[in-house]
Design a binder for this molecule. Structure first.
Ligand SMILES: Nc1nc2c(ncn2[C@@H]2O[C@H](COP(=O)(O)OP(=O)(O)OP(=O)(O)O)[C@@H](O)[C@H]2O)c(=O)[nH]1
Length: 197
């Protein structure tokens, strides 16, 4: 199989305050959320699990051993949210990155691959930002490694909004009408309602 020359990044840090337990370790149809995310990057040459503290997340160690292409990295800046995971991933990624969150169990391989394809097609200064469910989806988008220093500067200045970072730089929108792919599960009630859990 020819691998896609992009780095797939799965954000799996955070506090899970609303859910109460790590969202990546939740199970639907006998499979952990994190495994659905890994499957979405099946054809990517490199996969990064971006977490805040490795020792807190045993299940990440276990799933990372399933494939040689998976590595776990720890946020360089703690307590700064998803932007910190994206920055740390960019620093160690071989390629431009496609980012998804670990709490999107319906994510599709087609979607991640289409975002990767759009990164290849468009000018290399443009991030590729998903527009779905009537809004931009910064946690399911393609980012260029050239913005690493810019993102670092945002974090240093405590400007932690990814939406602001996106809007202050070059981007194109990638539209996806099926909003199910990016549905994320944040609350125990939402999890309980999932079919086949
Ligand atoms: N690497 C990394 N990922 C994060 C961090 N904060 C959140 N995430 C991830 O970003 C995605 C969205 O996170 P949220 O749902 O907004 O935050 P959360 O902390 O997971 O959950 P709440 O505490 O309930 O808001 C999830 O995939 C999280 O795993 C962080 O500080 N570092």
């Amino acid at each position: 199989m020819d691998f896609i020359k992009k780095t797939g990044v799965i954000l799996c840090g955070g506090k899970s305050r609303r859910m109460g337990i790590d969202k990546g370790s939740l199970i639907i149809k006998n499979k952990m959320f994190i495994s659905y995310a890994i499957d979405a990057f099946e054809r990517f040459e490199e996969i990064i699990l971006a977490t805040d503290r490795i020792e807190r997340h045993d299940y990440l160690e276990i799933v990372s051993k399933e494939k040689e292409r998976i590595k776990i990295i720890e946020d360089i800046y703690p307590e700064k949210g998803p932007i910190s995971g994206i920055y740390t991933a960019m620093k160690s990624a071989k390629y431009d990155i496609v980012v998804i969150a670990c709490d999107m169990p319906f994510i599709s391989r087609n979607l991640t691959e289409n975002i990767a394809g759009r990164l290849d097609e468009c000018d290399e200064k443009y991030n590729v930002i998903l527009f779905s469910d009537k809004r931009i989806q910064p946690l399911c988008s393609g980012y260029r490694k050239i913005y690493k220093d810019e993102i670092n500067r945002c974090i240093m200045e405590n400007k932690l909004s990814l939406v602001d970072f996106i809007k202050n730089n070059k981007y194109i929108l990638f539209e996806e009408t099926n909003k199910t792919y990016v549905k994320n599960i944040n609350y125990p009630e939402e999890y309980r309602k999932l079919d086949g859990r």
